[in-house]
Design a protein around this ligand. Structure first.
Ligand SMILES: Cc1ncc(COP(=O)(O)O)c(C=O)c1O
Length: 400
């Protein structure tokens, strides 16, 4: 009989993937479902990027490449870090992995010793704790709240740091809350970190280009150069260039860490797809003009969703600075009865009953470590968002 390994028994499957699968199954069974669970842009990969991939295929760039990325892509990534983040990296300090997720996983596997602590602010992207566990580490959480804009307060970070602390994972703008740290807020966290040289920082900047109004994106190694030697600045093409399926993520960091991550890849995945790597070269070096209008579009969707959710009985939705998620509280719905007769006791119940009654698929907050909340991805059309929010309002109004 098959028995899962002890390591794997410590982790749970991705809740966001599970929510999306459940919604797909209901739709296949003929139900009218609106999915606000998926974390991917609703527009297509730009044509110049697709053409670069087709060219790569025609030119026979279809063989194994250097394990952690072709030189042309590493050069493009160095230029990106310099241009957009004022960070100087050489190609020996760059890792390219099959997706941003793989970058983080490779970094954890390359560096975490049994018992090492990985500090993770809550709410967190669903994969961080399980990646730390898979690498043999121990996730330790730092709570945030809507009152602190879902951002870690320096005193709370200080309190979480122990001699065993190996990593702090920062994610700004955040999945699931959309919260993004200002330069001053990063500086305040950096001051704490400077007092604890054993702690490295993995900053997940996947949503860098999705910030709204006059918010200025900053990353921690840029704000505090003294942290450069112990920061892994991670990013990818998935969200900014609508390339989730191409599987290219990257990071800049100290060369010994990058070399260790290459060793992990050399005995696991080998290189990311050669064709996707050439597409990513074009994404980073080609025209960037669609990025700003795109962020504007997401900003208008954020405003629509925040306004409609705040009109729903029992919900409270803060206005986030970036990404394409909102993370409203459903505290006002807890203890009340849904149309099916079920009493809502948790955000999981809230999400289940919303799906059952109105066919709107969202992800419950427990999956991100902070309840009672739920996550909405607003990376879909205004018409669908209006329909979904009207259904949510109706559902909340129907609770007794
Ligand atoms: C915060 C965050 N980091 C990393 C990733 C992973 O990105 P990729 O699809 O490139 O693996 C995601 C994807 O949802 C994300 O939301």
């Amino acid at each position: 009989m098959f028995v899962e390994s002890a390591t794997l028994r410590r982790v749970k499957p991705s809740a966001t993937n599970a929510a999306a699968a459940k919604a797909r199954a209901l739709r296949a069974a003929g139900r009218d479902i609106i999915s606000l669970d998926a974390g991917e842009p609703d527009f297509d990969t730009p044509d110049n990027i697709k053409e670069a991939a087709i060219r790569a295929i025609r030119e026979g760039k279809t063989k194994y490449t250097d394990v952690d990325g072709i030189p042309e892509l590493k050069t493009a990534i160095c230029a990106k870090f310099q241009r957009e983040n004022r960070l100087a990296y050489t190609p020996a300090q760059i890792n390219v992995s099959p997706g941003g997720k793989a970058v983080i996983f490779n970094a954890m596997l390359a560096s975490v010793e049994p018992g090492d602590v990985v500090i993770i602010p809550r709410p967190y992207w669903v994969s961080y704790p399980d990646m730390a566990l898979l690498a043999g580490g121990t996730p330790v959480f730092v709570a945030t709240s809507a009152a602190s804009g879902f951002k870690v307060r320096p005193a709370d970070l200080e309190a979480a740091i122990t001699p065993k602390a190996k990593w702090l994972i920062l994610n700004s703008p955040s999945n699931p809350s959309g919260a993004a740290y200002t330069e001053a807020e990063l500086k305040a966290l950096a001051e704490v970190l400077l007092r604890h040289p054993q702690v490295w920082v993995l900053t997940d900047d996947m949503y860098e280009h999705l910030v709204f109004g006059d918010f200025a994106f900053r990353t921690i190694a840029e704000v505090e150069p003294a942290l450069y030697e112990r920061t892994l600045t991670m990013n990818g093409v998935s969200k900014a260039y609508a390339m989730t399926g191409w599987r290219i993520g990257y990071a800049g960091g100290p060369a010994p860490l990058i070399a260790a991550m290459r060793k992990v890849m050399s005995q696991s995945t080998s290189n990311p797809s050669s064709i996707s790597q050439w597409a990513a070269v074009e994404a980073l070096n080609g025209p960037q003009d669609f990025i700003k209008p795109n962020a504007k579009l997401f900003e208008s969707r954020r405003d629509l969703v925040v306004s409609m959710l705040n009109q729903a009985q029992g919900l409270a939705c803060p206005t986030p600075e970036g990404a394409f998620y909102v993370y409203p509280s459903c505290a006002g719905a807890i203890g009340r009865k849904a149309p099916t007769g079920k009493v809502i006791e948790s955000d999981r119940d809230f999400a289940d009953e919303l799906l059952e009654t109105e066919g709107v698929s969202v992800v419950f907050g427990e999956a991100f470590g902070l309840s009672p909340h739920f996550r909405i991805s607003y990376a879909t059309s205004n018409a669908l968002l209006e329909d979904a929010c009207t259904r949510i309002q109706r559902f909340c109004g129907s609770l007794t």
